[in-house]
Design a protein around this ligand. Sequence first.
Ligand SMILES: [Zn+2]
Length: 310
Amino acid sequence: MNQANLPPSIKFIERDWLSANHIIFFDGSINQQQTTIVDTGYKKHADLTLALVRQTCGQNAKLDRIINTHLHSDHCGGNATLQREYPRVQTWIPAECAAAVAKWDSDWLTYAATGQQCDRFAFTHTYAGGAGFVLGGYDWQTIAAPGHDHTMQLLYCSQLRVLISADALWENGFGITFPELNNQSGFAEQAQTLDMIDQLDIEWVIPGHGPMFSDVKAALLRARSKLDYLRQDPARHHYLALKVLIKFLLLDQEQITFANLKEQISRAKLFNQGFAALSNASSVPLLDQIVADLVRSKAATVSGNVLFNA
Ligand SMILES: [Zn+2]
């Protein structure tokens, strides 16, 4: 089995680094089809997400269920648009997020805390690790995967030997460890999550970003080596996280004046905490250092007082 020949009841839609990938599942009969999407991308391209859902499910089809692996803005940013288009759609979120979504605590949900955008949405159902879903005619089990986000859930199908790994494991690495930015433990949990994945019998991984991949052992080796490097000196992780979060702002806004960037950063809790943690790290002003790094790695360009996405 490869990307092209997943069962016809399962469609993998690869997106990018601003919008997480989607997986769409078909259940039931042609006349009574049930359609489920796992993760819905980022708000900026929610119209594209809707177009992809229509294209995959058919113009007249309905969407029955949204399942979010976690509630970072790039995984649930299409929820509001899909709920408007399909008012009867069920929305399943990790149970630990229920209170924050109900009162829309945008700091807790990381949107205000990172300067990222996410339209408010409601949920109809919650789920926890060990829950079962029938998706695409196969039994899937949810598995708690703390680390990148302590509420995150993966989906595993032992029959197909497929893991939906969200941001716990990519072909090259894993998502930044958000709890560490909040002065909570995160590296140990990420290590346990990688160990958990290592125990599963897997032929294909469908990650939150990037293409499907099958060499899980090699991916785990790369992920563990990255984690060890970051754990040895948490300042490395703070620095990487700030860089990743600024790149995300650029992906979203495409160009930002330095004055505006500084203002956005000053309003965002996770940026403030990251900069505070690194305040004595270097005599070079940290933001200048990060920008220079982004330019060097061709992730950004500078013209005058404007930073551009590249
Ligand atoms: Zn994430």
